[in-house]
Design a protein around this ligand. Structure first.
Ligand SMILES: [Fe+2]
Ligand SMILES: [Fe+2]
Length: 132
């Protein structure tokens, strides 16, 4: 069973953003598998780099979307994206060879993004739906 399982109820009614959330969930699944299977640091480091680049693109997409709809919670949301970016930098600093720390941190950051998607991202989706 993947670390994060996508469900239709997580949708923010935007195909592009939903697709990006699915990829983010998959990337966390990859990281978790790497930590579990004790693969080498190179594999771990390259997936963390991929996650960093993908999350940055995703945040830009969401920020453009929120700004276009004049979402009032934009600044607060932006701060959360910055917090997540700091967490990925933290992931970079962990060596995959430290199995326990690696797993704990991956699960912690994955649960953070999960909470963000189902709570905070949902808020702009609901705002967008009311504004329509
Ligand atoms: Fe998001
Ligand atoms: Fe977000």
């Amino acid at each position: 069973m993947p670390l994060l399982q996508w469900h239709d109820t997580y949708s923010v009614n935007n195909e592009l953003i939903d697709g990006q959330h699915k990829v983010l969930f998959e990337l966390f699944g990859k990281l978790y598998d790497i930590c579990m299977s004790k693969e080498n640091d190179v594999a771990y480091g390259s997936v963390v780099d991929e996650l960093y680049a993908y999350a940055s693109d995703h945040f830009r997409t969401e920020q453009i979307h929120m700004s276009e709809m004049h979402y009032p919670g934009f600044q607060q949301h932006l701060q959360q994206h910055d917090e997540f970016t700091r967490k990925i930098v933290e992931l970079k600093s962990v060596s995959e060879s430290d199995d326990e720390l690696c797993l704990d941190l991956v699960v912690h950051v994955a649960s953070w993004i999960y909470d963000h998607v189902i709570a905070e991202d949902k808020k702009f989706a609901e705002y967008g739906a009311c504004e329509r």
